[in-house]
Ligand binder design. Sequence first.
Ligand code: HPA
Length: 273
Amino acid sequence: MGLAERIGEAAAVIRTRWAETPRVGLILGTGLGGFTEQIEIQAQFPYEDIPHFSKSTVESHAGRLVCGTLSGVPIMAMEGRMHYYEGYSLEEVTFPVRVMKELGAEILIVTNAAGGMNPHYDLADIMIIDDHINLMPDNPLRGANDDRLGPRFPDMSEPYDRGLISLASSAALELSIPAHRGVFVAVSGPNLETRAEYRFLRAIGADVVGMSTVPEAIVAAHAGLKTLGFSVVTDMCLPDALEPANIDKIIEVAGQGGERLARLIPLVLERIE
Ligand code: HPA
């Protein structure tokens, strides 16, 4: 079965239990899933119940799609995502974004936990993603292109929507939430980086590094969705002062950043035109 047919099957199952058209699709990263408490839930689906959805094998991810409204906006939110390092293909990783588009979403909001390489950043700070660098050894659009889903050579001059970035910046300022604007670089993981790698990633222009988000943003651009991305700085990755990564600490800090996003994202949604 082709990709378009699989997308259709997944969307059909969601539609049988949720009649609304989503305006926004939200993907919640590591430690950031608690956020869905604020959604007025109308339907929810464990990923196993949706045809062709993969399961997230990461413990800190619930693996549930929640549909409902937040700040009055119809939204479908993924508690947990699939990652390349789990062994999934990038087509599998980005499949939910295709389903969001098929159901009628216009905007994708992605969140992630990331390592901070910009020395001006601090733990639990939010970075609004301004641009990205794809250093994953693959691309979700590799292979025959289905013109019904998007163009062969999608433009990447503005993968993150300028209007949404400024909306998010002013909302953060209003809520006194520290929020930077910067460049996210995606690596495959699952290992964290060496000091030499952090030095390299910083030198090529990145402010934070993570193991997700870029495949989803590429597919969103291909599908014609506007994207807004948030990173939470969960560990500082300064090559000359690097401490061993502590995954429990990373998840704890992600929780603090997650509380900030749980205040920021509803305000952003309220203001989307
Ligand atoms: N590197 C890659 N991914 C990450 C990091 C990191 O330091 N921290 C959180 N996600």
